[in-house]
Design a protein around this ligand. Structure first.
Ligand code: GAR
Length: 212
């Protein structure tokens, strides 16, 4: 059973897409056990509470120090018995000890075709502005396993959308977001069905295979 903790900083539409997929029976053997935000007024917390799910505001500022913040995150994850973390618009880098504690069990959704248009500062409309400035004909959504580098780690699933000549950053963002809402539940289904495996080399992940 996937016991998913969703982390987000904003409106929470990807969280909602996952919740809908679970409620519609499209994501078997999975439930959301915790929602975490670093922003007290994030829409994702309101959506989670409205759905009757445990929703927690956990931030470094509230916790007082990075160590206390990390301890609060780990304690909440353990209390909820989470075995998978989904970063759905979480605009903060996870502490390295959380990444280590959930190695290969943290997914991130990014609104572009990684490894392009990712990294620090690449979030929200900036991603789509950069795609337009580079005159790309395709963009898309990427779900990847999180490692210690920002927007980096083995890719689980990627889907493209066209970039139109008439696009603004906003119209492209809307097209990509619609794709995100399909790709994220799809990637989680692969996990729930045990079809994603990460094969480790000496000290780094080098192969990810989808078993047919
Ligand atoms: C999504 O587009 C997600 O891909 C992006 O933030 C948005 C969150 O929307 N994440 C990043 O840019 C991470 N680098 P949501 O709160 O409606 O799910």
């Amino acid at each position: 059973m996937l016991k998913i903790a969703v982390f987000g900083s904003g409106r929470g539409s990807n969280f909602k897409a996952v919740l809908d997929a679970i409620q519609n029976g499209e994501l078997p053997d999975s439930r959301i056990v915790l929602v975490v935000s670093n922003n007290s007024d994030a829409g994702i917390l309101d959506l989670a509470r409205a759905a009757g799910l445990p929703a927690r505001h956990i931030s470094q500022k509230l916790s007082g120090s990075e160590e206390a913040f990390t301890a609060d995150l780990l304690a909440s994850l353990r209390a909820a018995a989470a075995n998978l973390i989904v970063l759905a618009g979480y605009m903060k880098q996870l502490p390295s000890s959380v990444i280590a504690a959930y190695r290969h069990r943290i997914l991130n959704i990014h609104p572009a075709l990684l490894p392009s248009f990712g990294g620090k500062g690449m979030y929200g409309l900036r991603v789509h502005q950069a795609v337009l400035a580079a005159h790309e004909s395709l963009s898309g959504a990427t779900v990847h396993i999180v490692d210690e580098e920002y927007d980096h780690g083995p890719i689980v699933l990627q889907r493209t959308v066209p970039v139109l000549a008439s696009d603004s950053a906003e119209s492209l963002a809307a097209r990509v977001l619609e794709m995100e809402h399909t790709v994220l539940p799809e990637a989680l289904r692969l996990f729930a069905e045990g079809r994603v495996s990460v094969v480790e080399g000496q000290s780094h992940v080098h192969v990810i295979s989808l078993q047919e």
